[in-house]
Design a protein around this ligand. Sequence first.
Ligand SMILES: NC(=O)c1ccc[n+]([C@@H]2O[C@H](COP(=O)([O-])OP(=O)(O)OC[C@H]3O[C@@H](n4cnc5c(N)ncnc54)[C@H](O)[C@@H]3O)[C@@H](O)[C@H]2O)c1
Ligand SMILES: O=S(=O)(O)c1ccc(CO)cc1
Length: 254
Amino acid sequence: MKLSQKVAIVTGATQGIGLACAQRLITEGAKVMLVDIKPEGAQAAEALGDQARFFTADVSQKADVDALVAETLAVFGRIDILINNAGVTHKALFLDVSEDDFDRVMRINLKSMFLCGQAVARVMAKQQSGCIINMSSVNSELAIPDQVPYVVSKGAINQLTKVMSLNLAPYKVRVNGIGPGTILTELAKKAVLGSPEARHTILSRTPLGRCGEPEEVAAIAAFLASDDASYMTGQTLFVDGGRMALNYTVPVQE
Ligand SMILES: NC(=O)c1ccc[n+]([C@@H]2O[C@H](COP(=O)([O-])OP(=O)(O)OC[C@H]3O[C@@H](n4cnc5c(N)ncnc54)[C@H](O)[C@@H]3O)[C@@H](O)[C@H]2O)c1
Ligand SMILES: O=S(=O)(O)c1ccc(CO)cc1
């Protein structure tokens, strides 16, 4: 129970990596405010018991974020951990991306992390403690041609993590990132695992020979949120089955 007495906010927590993070934090003893634009997350939160609450919000909208922080303080009294996880993608090549789609992905993936990070950091600064985790991607450093704003947003998130860590260190608030490889969620199934050929391509770039599970990302989030990571700030950890270490390809076991 590394996180007993801690209070966490997890965004994009109705499903996938966000839900796994919320579940893991609860197992470690934390109280968690699950947040999602999709109200179905309320059922997921109910299934997690007394330590969990749910708040419907579009985390790219400042009014929603302010309401989320106020509600979390009203219910739990403090905020120790923020997992900035909500994200979307849009599939289009560079010459075809519309201005609206570019703005929408940047707003949901990047601006939301600025808004939630700033609002929560103001609370943590008063507490003189806290930990913020920004969900990045291997595609913050690598690039795929058909998800242009997604790749741009994830690259910017790594820099956001660094600059937040510099600004918040004097308040004893740590800020780190996680860069997942291909993790078996609805997002990845739609975006990169849509056909046997696409799956083969991903596996040929993954030395461990398989996609990851949301729980394998959640385990690293729990570590970063715990005192075991007390001297870590400004880093992005890749949880990717070896993808970032690989040049060329590896044989695929079908
Ligand atoms: N799955 C992967 O392979 C993978 C790889 C690298 C990075 N990531 C990142 O991990 C994070 C979670 O991805 P996932 O695969 O679990 O996706 P997912 O689509 O399964 O879940 C994302 C959740 O975010 C919510 N959301 C979207 N827009 C929102 C908004 N404006 N406000 C509040 N909630 C919103 C969705 O409703 C959904 O519940 C994302 O930031 C994604 O970029 C995922
Ligand atoms: O397979 S990955 O390249 O890691 C990847 C890219 C994009 C998304 C979300 O759109 C998920 C995984």
